[in-house]
Design a protein around this ligand. Sequence first.
Ligand code: ADP
Ligand code: GN1
Ligand code: MG
Length: 362
Amino acid sequence: MAADFEKISKNFDITGEYVSCERYGEGHINDTYKLTVQCEGKPVHYVLQRINHRLFKNVEGLMRNIALVTDFCRKSVLARGGDPMRECLTLIRTKDGRNYWTDGENYYRVYVFIEDATSYQIVHDPKDFYESAVAFGNFATLLAGFDASQLYEVLPDFHNTKVRFENFLRAVKQDSFGRNAEVLKEIDWVIDHKDLCGKIVDKIASGEIPLRVTHNDTKLNNVMIDNATGKGIAVIDLDTVMPGSLCYDFGDSIRFGCNSAAEDEPDLKKVHFRLDLYETYLRGYLSAVGESLTKTERENLPMGAVLMTYECGMRFLTDFLEGDVYFRTHRPRQNLDRAHTQFKLVDEMLQVFDKMQDMAMR
Ligand code: ADP
Ligand code: GN1
Ligand code: MG
């Protein structure tokens, strides 16, 4: 049955007459809608999301994290004289003061819509990518002041590449949808690169790389770029704020933004790793967090990029083998196309890895 968005929106502390609620954005996880209400003769927009509770089993814990992080960001933005309605996510509470609403089956939340800003799916202008790096870097600096012990670990082992590899092997072993046969080369490729898995998790385990409060999903479309100034104004999609490594946050941005084509481009001839954009992002990120990185973190930024791309490709392939149940797909084999782009990017990153490392240490 189609959701009654008018009824759902009435549970939130929103003033105005319901106008419409339409599918919005290109996130792979939650169902996102742009909600419009008419207030004092003007349209006002909100983001309404149906939370993916198959993935986020403890919605209460997830939303407590988001309330804590958004409240913390709001105070910091106010302290620097900024506009919290545009410079951070603002959660709209329900009429009875809760931070989400459920009909017993689905779970919903509402955010203020950040107007006059864009979340890009691909880098069109290197300046935007630079500004996204500054925004993610500043966000990391901001979170450094946040008490990690308050946070519930929403998705344990989220970037534990060794655990991701075990999950992948399990999917191959089960072959529940009989899809192994058509991806034997891809399966071999993942196994051939198995040695990558421990490169950062082992250093976190030994204490060489510190755990910090990180975003964990730092792709370009999770930052809003101001249409007028071109600045990265707000970091969004806070579902995965958890203890993690800055090498991963850096790496995930590189994975997504340094692809010359879309994440799911079926024509691999169009897919290349753009070292020029890597350097652009690196410069922006270091300008924001350079001072606080340890030497080992800095040395491992390039490996973070390789690992995030390897891990994400492996996750896409795992999802393809498991029948496309995790990442939203709009067409058959989309997850396989996504896996292919990631594997090609890893191959190309490894070819220029020395250069990536020189740039990071320069
Ligand atoms: P997912 O977890 O599925 O990726 P996101 O929270 O990233 O969901 O939202 C999906 C998309 O919706 C974002 O990439 C962005 O384009 C848009 N979006 C999300 N929150 C806002 C907001 N507060 N204002 C404007 N656009 C938003
Ligand atoms: C998902 O939610 P979204 O679309 O920003 C995923 C990330 C992947 C990314 C691949 C919670 O991000 O981990 O890197 O897709 N988020 C979750 O594009 O699994
Ligand atoms: Mg997102």
